[in-house]
Design a protein around this ligand. Structure first.
Ligand SMILES: Nc1ncnc2c1ncn2[C@@H]1O[C@H](COP(=O)(O)OP(=O)(O)OP(=O)(O)O)[C@@H](O)[C@H]1O
Ligand SMILES: [Mg+2]
Length: 506
């Protein structure tokens, strides 16, 4: 079969980095070609070139047998190439249907947008994807997973021949992920060529026909997975250039000083009250499905939202946390899951982004020596292996995973006593993940207390002393010692009943 798209020896440099060093890739209709690599390896750069968003410095791109030195977004689209990027492209205030057809509004003959027709067509697309989503709902009211489905629907509306997905499942739980993977496979069966990027190697190994491995902009391998069946170890070794070992922390039953106690905490009058204690030096895991209310609970605790009732005690003193500033003053830190809403100042440098919330207490005011700032930031950039040509680089030019690490560095520097990590390793490659796990374990060893919200059960099991499982905003189970295993987490998170039935997520 003739490939729909062929990239030949594509190179691309940015100031200070060569993001791609001669990468080639061919995709035929109905094929799923996965691209893997560490943060900053060049994956997003490659797909931005394939979709005309970036121009390569050299190399060619052939589409349907026609060769181009570069594409533009318009040309790529007219050739049937659709890409879904890591960055959000939806307009929160518009409805699902309006978002699907934004830029190609369905107008009547007089040029007026035809709302009825827009809704009808949006529904047809959703049906064809087998997804039930209210097309009239505003996008801002949807979960992250649902927004991702809207992005896919939007791409499908263009009837693409090539669909490119950059980390589509980063924020998804098991069930949602399975749904997207099923969707991708059925689109491939319809003859659409798919390029799929993910850090979740298990996903890659399930759906890939081909797997291209990038490392520092070079193409390390292209496996015909359906023929040779590569495994996880091979991929991680190729990505990192060395064998990667997972981190395992030795756990203790932690008693001792209670640092934080939450009593009868409710977000609304209808909620079941939630209580928990956190000890010095403890890592407390919060398991549960995405959408189970974990983020809301801990954001409320952190003062981002108003609670309905409940008491918060820090070191045996009752405190009121009405705002994040209050929380920070009492030694709390919150590292959020959503890197697009984290308050990363995209136009500021890496250095400034790391030091912003710490300026006040570390340096007593606005004036502090720049050299000192750089020395400290340098330490974290090295420790977390943040790939950036310099500390001056604007954060928006960093790869997705490296932006995530900048947020981590910020809070590590902030020196909070109680740190809440909300999905800290989403979008982070396997190697760096191990480093972040080591850092979190170090914090606990230094006597800090950590609350770790994660949907990756292996991550919780590797790090936590205790795990609370949350379902519908309520702690349904506490797991300690021998009870801490994947099966127990999953069964309590899904609320599996004796007949194996589980409650729905969407
Ligand atoms: N517009 C840009 N300006 C400057 N540098 C850039 C730009 N876009 C990407 N880079 C750099 O190019 C390299 C490759 O980035 P890219 O976004 O392709 O990585 P990635 O493989 O997608 O990583 P991640 O898994 O973290 O998303 C990185 O070093 C990044 O900082
Ligand atoms: Mg990327």
């Amino acid at each position: 079969m003739q490939p729909v798209i062929v990239a030949e020896k594509v190179t691309k440099s940015f100031p200070g980095v060569q993001a791609l060093k001669g990468v080639s890739l061919a995709l035929s209709p109905g094929e799923i070609h996965c691209v893997v690599g560490e943060n900053g390896a060049g994956k997003s750069t490659l797909i931005k070139i394939l979709s005309g968003f970036l121009r390569p410095d050299s190399g060619t791109i052939a589409v349907n047998g026609r060769t181009f030195p570069y594409l533009t977004p318009h040309v790529a689209q007219s050739l049937g190439i659709q890409a879904i990027y890591q960055e959000n492209i939806l307009v929160p205030q518009m409805s699902v249907a309006e978002n699907i057809f934004a830029g190609c509004e369905i107008a009547s003959r007089l040029g007026i947008v035809n709302h009825r027709e827009t809704l009808r067509r949006a529904r047809t697309i959703m049906d064809s994807l087998g997804v039930t989503l209210p097309v009239e709902e505003r996008v801002e009211n949807l979960s992250v997973a649902e927004q991702q489905l809207v992005k896919i629907a939007r791409a499908i509306a263009f009837e693409p021949r090539v669909l490119i997905l950059d980390e589509p499942t980063a924020m998804f739980n098991v069930k949602e992920t399975r749904m997207v993977l099923g969707l991708v496979e059925s689109l491939a069966q319809r003859g659409i060529g798919i390029i799929y990027i993910s850090h979740r190697l298990e996903e890659i190994l399930t759906i890939a026909h081909y797997i291209t491995v990038l490392r520092d902009g070079s193409q390390v391998a292209c496996h015909h997975h359906r023929m040779e069946r590569v495994d996880m170890n091979t991929l991680t070794r190729e990505m990192a250039g060395k064998a990667v070992s997972a981190f395992q922390r030795s756990k203790a039953s932690i008693e001792g000083e209670v640092i934080l106690e939450v009593r009868d905490f409710r977000l609304t009058p209808q909620d079941d009250p939630l209580s928990l204690v956190l000890h010095r030096g403890e890592i407390l895991g919060i398991a549960g499905l995405i959408g189970s209310g974990r983020t809301e609970i801990f954001q409320t605790l952190f003062g981002l939202w108003k609670k309905w009732s409940g008491e918060v005690w820090i070191k045996e003193k009752r405190v009121s946390l009405h705002s994040p500033q209050d929380a920070i003053r009492h030694g709390l830190g919150y590292i959020t899951e959503d890197r697009q809403r984290t308050g990363l100042a995209l136009g500021l440098s890496v250095a400034k982004n790391v030091t912003i919330p710490s300026l006040d207490d570390q340096f007593q005011g606005f004036f502090f020596p720049l050299r000192e700032e750089y020395r400290i930031v340098e330490k974290y950039v090295e420790g977390l292996d943040i790939k950036t040509p310099s500390l001056e680089q604007e954060v928006r030019f960093l790869s997705g995973g490296n932006q995530q690490k900048v947020i981590l560095a910020r809070w590590l520097l902030k020196d909070a006593e109680i740190i809440i990590f909300d999905e800290p390793t989403i979008g982070i490659d396997v190697n760096a993940k191990g480093e972040i796990h080591r850092l979190i374990a170090d914090l606990a060893r230094q006597g800090k207390s950590v609350i770790l919200i994660s949907s990756e059960n292996p991550e919780l099991l590797a790090l936590c002393d205790r795990i609370l499982v949350v379902r519908h905003g309520k702690v349904v189970r506490e797991l300690v010692g021998e009870e801490m295993n994947e099966e127990n987490i999953i069964s309590s998170a899904f609320g599996v009943t004796s007949d194996g039935d589980s409650s729905s997520i969407f």
